[in-house]
Design a protein around this ligand. Structure first.
Ligand code: AVI
Length: 322
């Protein structure tokens, strides 16, 4: 298997189309070929991801939502009065509602996301449904440390990282992210982390290669995006989606497989593909509880309490700064 530390999500600025072209050329000129995961999420990719979450095979979203509902009272007990809830990579803030319903003592919510549209929509709908909540969105790359709005000073802070996004980071990047979250949140804080856990291979493969082909469309959209935004000439029919379980790394990998020998053009470069050659586009690590505890500890967090769902193991961890 390839060393794919370069395809994971990483710290940095909000990417431009110059970045997209530069990163795509670098990844496609390497062997094995890669494309950065972060580029899966343009408007169409984000729409397709929402659709993936509704597929019967994609258990993580339903499982985490049900678990958060079941333990919401316990989580609420761990949140102090007048708390600031900071969500890293908030998207539509869907799962946040479960916490906000159970913990009305949260007075400020800071969703951090790179999508202004997602933040505006989430803020509008939360303002309507939680009139006592002060929503202060931050447009930023959530993996980097940030200064929170002035109004959050001198209040207890709680971080929220749902959706198993942590699994899309390589272990070292996951530690960096958890450290950076600690810098953003400050000292003496708590966080709630949702992470999918390792399980039967057939369940994982189906979840990442659904019968409707939504995950395939999500993966192929990356090539469509290169055609749209940087004038590449990928023939989408000439690539197929593949999900692989890499047991040694405890991760599901998404690849795009060339169905024939072909040459693709982008940014004045010719990129040759042999039949069967793959572009590695995403890793979704399925850590064990012990692996998660190690990552958390390496970043300065200790696990105070944890809940694991059944029959599909998914963990919600309540962590405190060490
Ligand atoms: C966003 N992330 C947690 C999803 C996952 O399960 O790793 C992304 C995804 N890729 C394919 N299906 C879902």
């Amino acid at each position: 298997m390839s060393d794919t530390s370069d395809i994971t999500m990483e710290e940095g600025e909000i990417p431009s189309s110059d970045d997209l072209l530069r990163d795509a050329i670098a990844g496609l000129s390497a062997y094995p070929k890669t494309l950065p995961t972060k580029y899966l999420y343009d408007a169409e990719g984000s729409r397709l991801f929402e659709e993936i979450c509704e597929q019967p095979e994609y258990y993580p979203t339903r499982t985490e939502t049900a678990l958060l509902h079941a333990i919401s009272e316990d989580l609420s007990e761990a949140i102090d009065n007048d708390a600031v809830l900071v969500e890293f990579g908030s998207g539509a803030s869907t799962k946040t509602r479960t916490l906000l319903d159970a913990a009305p003592q949260i007075s400020i919510y800071v969703p951090i996301d790179i999508s202004q549209i997602a933040l505006d929509e989430a803020a509008n709908s939360l303002n309507a449904d939680f009139p006592n909540l002060n929503v202060l969105p931050l447009i930023a790359d959530f993996t980097a440390p940030h200064t929170l709005p002035e109004a959050t000073r001198n209040r207890p802070h709680v971080g929220f990282f749902p959706d198993s996004t942590i699994g899309n980071f390589a272990p070292e990047a996951a530690v960096d992210f958890l450290k950076s979250a600690l810098i953003t949140l400050g000292e003496d804080v708590r966080s709630i982390l949702g992470a999918d856990l390792a399980k039967e291979e057939s369940v994982l493969i189906s979840a990442y290669d659904d019968a409707q082909g939504v995950t395939a469309a999500f993966n192929l959209n990356l090539l469509a995006r290169l055609n749209r935004e940087v004038g590449a000439d990928f023939d989408l029919e000439a690539f197929s989606h593949r999900a692989i379980w890499n047991a040694a790394e405890s991760r599901i990998e998404m690849h795009l497989v060339s169905r024939k020998n072909q040459t693709v053009h982008l940014g004045g470069k010719e990129i040759a593909f042999a039949v069967g050659e793959t572009i590695h586009t995403e890793n979704s690590h399925k850590y064990t509880y012990d692996m998660l505890a190690e990552l958390a500890a390496a970043a300065g967090w200790r696990i105070e309490k944890s809940w694991i769902s059944d029959p599909y193991p998914f963990a919600v961890l309540l962590m405190g700064a060490m």
